[in-house]
Design a protein around this ligand. Structure first.
Ligand code: SF4
Length: 339
């Protein structure tokens, strides 16, 4: 029962699981949540470390070998490095990654890297995506409602001290009227540091439901701006990859574009998501979810859980429908899904 790899009804092999370990966050990004935050999950609604580990081990036996830990902000979850260590020790997880806003990296970078110092994982290390939408202190403050850019950059520099943490990616949500004049600074960061910068198009997953397509600064527009500064050359896109990565023709670094709105990559999507309260989402824009926490806490065995997962994945959405008539923004916001 558990051995067959996970495949959806469109023939796509599912190999990548995003696990939201908390819906809480220490930032209040304008395009994500209101200043006062959101009604957080109660403690007992959130999956416990042992439950997350059991589910991830089960997904691994179903052929899901890439795991990304997200939030909210995963580093605000108490004792998070212990969870990383529990997952790092699992068989069948080839790629373990964390998406963070970097605010607690200065404190936790060492513990997170050390948590992966298991024999199996030492060679593969752990990958980090750090979300930084502005390199200007005042604008960073305006966007995140936190005066935290300096601390985030110190955290990034601390992380960069660990060879096991590389390659480190810096993700910036591209916002029209905001990001354009930050392009040169992000290009310099990409060209003169070990970080790979990627711009992500703004998606309709905001709590204010204020998203509109004219706020989307597309990857193509950013590519044109950057290519005019420093010519870019395309690199091979890996199957299932979200980013289109380019190298600078003069050899100084790489830069990427994640264009879910203008250039969707749903065709070979291999991703599913587990929310902090134990619900399986088969697409970032799913309008339905499958509860795994309930059956798990009611004593379901792994075969029963695997069947629930299989049935849900078989019904995985072909693609998102942003910009199409009848598109419905999911009730759950990005902070409660985890990117
Ligand atoms: S929108 Fe859904 S189907 Fe498309 S790439 Fe994202 S998760 Fe996959």
């Amino acid at each position: 029962m558990v051995s067959e790899p996970l495949t959806d009804g469109h023939g796509r092999r599912i190999a990548d699981l995003r696990v939201s370990v908390t819906d809480r966050c220490n930032f209040r990004c304008q395009y994500c949540m209101p200043a006062e935050g959101l009604p957080w999950l109660e403690r007992d609604e959130v999956l416990r470390f042992e439950e997350i580990t059991r589910l991830v081990a089960l997904f691994a036996r179903l052929g899901v070998h890439d795991v990304r830990l997200t939030g909210g902000e995963p580093l605000v979850r108490r004792d998070f490095p212990r969870l990383v260590g529990m997952l790092a020790a699992l068989d069948g997880i080839e790629d373990l990654a964390i998406t963070t806003n970097g605010f607690l990296l200065e404190r936790d970078a060492g513990a997170l890297v050390a948590a992966c110092e298991t024999r199996e994982r030492r060679a593969r290390g752990i990958r980090f995506n750090v979300s930084i939408d502005s390199l200007q202190r005042d604008r960073f403050y305006a966007l995140t409602r936190r005066d935290a850019l300096d601390q985030v950059l110190r955290g990034l520099a601390r992380l960069a001290e660990y060879p096991q943490a590389h390659p480190i990616k810096v993700n910036a949500v591209a916002l029209r009227g905001v990001t354009e004049d930050e392009v040169p600074a992000f290009v310099e960061l990409a060209r003169h540091s070990a970080y790979e910068v990627r711009f992500i198009e703004f998606m309709p997953l905001d709590a204010d439901r204020a998203w509109s397509s004219d706020q989307v600064l597309t990857g193509a527009e950013l590519h044109a701006m950057i290519d005019a500064l420093h010519p870019l050359e395309p690199t091979e896109r890996e199957p299932g990859a979200t980013a289109r990565v380019y190298r600078f023709a003069d050899g100084h670094g790489r830069i990427g574009f994640i264009n879910p709105v203008s250039e969707p990559f749903c065709g070979d999507c291999n991703r599913i998501r587990l929310t902090a309260d134990g619900r399986l989402r088969t697409c970032l824009f799913s309008l339905r979810e499958t509860d795994l926490r309930g059956p798990l806490r009611d004593g379901a065995d792994d075969d029963q859980l695997a069947q629930l997962i299989r049935d849900a994945v078989w019904r995985k959405e072909l693609k998102h429908r942003i910009g199409e008539p009848g598109f419905v923004q999911p009730a759950r916001t990005m902070s409660a899904i985890g990117g």
